[in-house]
Design a protein around this ligand. Sequence first.
Ligand code: 5RP
Length: 293
Amino acid sequence: MADKDGMKIAKDYHIDKPFAKQGGFYVKGMSDVDWGMKARLANIFQPESGHTVMLAFDHGYFMGSTSGLERLDIVIPTLAEHIDVLMGTRGAIRTCIPASTGKAVALRVSCGSSILDEDLSHEIIGVSIEDAVRMNASCMAVQTFIGADGEKESLDNLCKTVDAGLKYGIPTMGVVAVGKQMERTSRFFKLATRILPELGAHIVKTYYCEDFEEITSACPVPIVVAGGKKLPEDEALTMCYKAISEGAAGVDMGRNIFQSTDPIAMVQAVRMVVHKNATDKEAYEFFLDTKKE
Ligand code: 5RP
């Protein structure tokens, strides 16, 4: 292991230069993975735009019933036609989402804490690879806690999930959680979003932050951004627009969609930004024109 002393601060991100190793496959860093994994990644990242709209509704795995998700069976199917990926737990998907929905699944496979827990960073792998295959998962999502007590366990969970997924051609999405010793700054997100792909994650989910272009430039796999806490719709769309403009390959939004005053109008507005090159202002105008009074 290189010693930590004398480390020079990274600064040459070559932001103006596209990622070099594209090969024949459009998903960043994935030109050498197996055919089946490419097919699953193509279910996630739409070939026309190379981007994805994931609807995150896995909050219940540690928060229980969340505002806006009280009835998964009602809320999620009404939004499904406007998204590319269902990001949820096996329990939520099996019980509440029709198998005929025809959307890719980002399966939440890590778990182990509830909001009653002081420290959420000690998770386990809670879903077997056999059940991920059974669920027809297009990727598996593992929470990682860089800068928290459970850092090592979470990275072990990530590596074990990557290894299991490689056996069956199922990609792994490393989810960046904000550990106790972390702040929502580019310094910490740069660290986390580089460690995860170095350990084999095929997709990274993180949060938008300042210097985001440096983060996407330095990350050799596609990054999707979580929406985070509920914002006014215009601010959420601006965050989405900035993230895409600065190199994100999509979003994995939950609360900013299902807690919106009009979730269907909001998910369509997000889709305009992610897939149709719409600006945040154009998308917000669409939202205002479309939302139910
Ligand atoms: C919850 C999660 C969510 O998938 C992630 O935070 C995205 O949801 P939101 O946009 O509501 O933040 O990891 O544990």
